[in-house]
Design a protein around this ligand. Structure first.
Ligand code: LLP
Length: 448
């Protein structure tokens, strides 16, 4: 899916830009985002919904996959809304110009400050649990403070708060344990066995305008059946809600479609996935004899994952005879924590040796002081030398967004490429950036 080719110098080009030259220009490591691939994925979701769903629909970008101004702006330009899970992601999306009507605020423990920001900016709050529901339904005016008495600079909302309810569907799927969310003992969402109590509460609280129901079953999923089952379950919930007088107009089936990281991965296409959900939704509505709701989905990984690569510079290597060869690069678990966290498997190429025969299987190590800091256990590559540009593929999702400064490494820069042009979207951190939050109390200063 990348707009990539091998140019006449046998080097990798993405979005019309020579990757080796990009690294010379912008430094290493470097996240390289291919704008056309991201836009194309946005369009595939939107067009498939238009094609297979006769009702209204809206795609939201799950910005936890990678939240920054430029990416939120591209999503918004493509007509997508944005799903945010923290005040920081919400603030970023607002600053990027995303319309609050297309912003949905998730989270299983939103702070009062976050709720105030969400409500005052006019976005929809996806209520996750009883504590939050009661906070918004019963105690809103007391928790937000009395603007008359000047306790709170933010005004009390006059219109009801636009909410959705997140429910745990009890649907299992095959993916890594840490990223499964649909099973009943998940930390997210209301217990579906308490639907009656939840709907009764909402129907009795005029401060709450419940417009929809939400569920998310997990991430990096290749099966289509779980989301189709989910559509059926959600339509039943909707039917039940209507018996409490709740006018639910929106059903959000979450995200979760997987992408191909290795040859062995075989996810359905975006179009096939959307078609499956749309068909299941229509069948369930027909069976229950209810009108089609507005259908929302909120993919993250399948929008941005394949659209980015990380370019590193090769440095030292170590061969342990009879065992393995380590090739070390200038980043690692701080810019891509997924291998050490989820044992995720990635593929790599050498950007400046695209036509050289692959001759060795090596282990790509990061530069962190941690034995587990291995990016790829077995990479089959041309013989590598210091200075080679090693490119790890499909690093758009949950890499930058989960990056850290472990060992006080500065976070890499990111560029967006398109039609031979490269523009910075995230500046590389400097040593000053790393020390930005440091304070040295006078009594600890050696000069004191
Ligand atoms: N909606 C909700 C409520 C979610 O919790 C998530 C992901 C998504 C949408 C987007 O799911 P996607 O389409 O990206 O699968 N850090 C992990 C993934 C965590 C996913 C968390 N929730 C990883 O690197 O694999």
């Amino acid at each position: 899916p990348l707009t990539a080719r091998i140019n006449s110098s046998d080097r990798l080009e993405i979005g019309g830009c020579d990757v080796t030259t990009l690294v010379q220009q912008f430094g290493s490591p470097l996240y390289i985002l291919d704008e056309d691939t991201l836009r194309s994925a946005c369009r595939q979701y939107r067009e498939a919904l238009q094609k297979y769903y006769p009702g209204e629909s809206q795609v939201l970008y799950a910005s936890k996959a990678w939240s920054c101004l430029a990416i939120c702006a591209i999503a918004a330009q493509e007509g997508l809304g944005v799903d945010v899970v923290s005040g920081g992601e919400l603030y970023t999306a607002l600053q990027a110009g995303v319309s609050p009507h297309k912003l949905y605020f998730h989270g299983n423990n939103k702070s009062l400050e976050e709720l105030k920001l969400a409500i005052n900016s006019g976005c929809t709050v996806v209520v996750d649990n009883w504590y939050e529901l009661q906070t918004l339904g019963d105690n809103w005016s007391s928790v937000i403070g009395d603007s008359e008495s000047g306790n709170d600079p933010l005004s009390i909302p006059h219109s009801p708060i636009r909410i959705m309810l997140r429910l745990t569907p009890g649907i299992e799927c095959h993916t890594h344990e840490y990223i499964r969310t649909g099973h009943l003992d998940s930390k997210f969402g209301f217990d579906p066995n308490q639907l009656d109590e939840v709907f009764a509460f909402v129907s009795q609280h005029s401060a709450l305008n419940c417009v929809g129901l939400h569920a998310h079953i997990g991430s990096q999923i290749f099966e289509q059946q779980p989301h189709q089952d989910l559509a059926g379950v959600m339509v039943q919930w909707l039917k039940k809600a209507s018996s409490y007088g709740l006018q639910i107009q929106e059903l959000n089936v979450g995200g979760g479609l997987g992408i191909r990281y290795t040859e062995a991965d075989d996810p359905p296409s975006i179009e096939a996935w959307v078609k499956g959900v749309c068909t299941a939704m229509q069948e369930a509505c027909a069976a229950q004899q209810i009108a089609l709701p507005k259908l929302l989905c909120e993919p993250g990984r399948s929008l941005i994952g394949s659209a980015c690569v990380t370019a590193y510079t090769v440095g030292s290597s170590k061969t342990i005879p009879g065992m393995r060869t380590y090739v070390a690069v200038d980043g690692g678990m701080s810019d891509n924590p997924r291998p050490i966290t989820y044992q995720s498997v990635y593929r790599a190429v050498v950007a400046n040796k695209m036509c050289a025969p692959v001759a060795q299987t090596v282990t790509i190590a990061g530069k962190h002081c941690e034995s587990g800091d291995i990016l790829i256990k077995e990479a089959t590559l041309p013989p590598s030398e210091p200075g080679d540009i090693l490119v790890v593929l499909a690093t758009g999702a949950y890499n930058y967004s989960m990056a850290s400064n472990y060992n006080r490494l500065a976070r890499p820069a990111a560029v967006v490429v398109k039609g031979g042009e490269a523009n910075l979207i995230l500046r590389r951190e400097t040593y000053q950036d790393l020390m930005r939050q440091d304070c040295l109390p006078a009594r600890l200063s050696s000069e004191a």
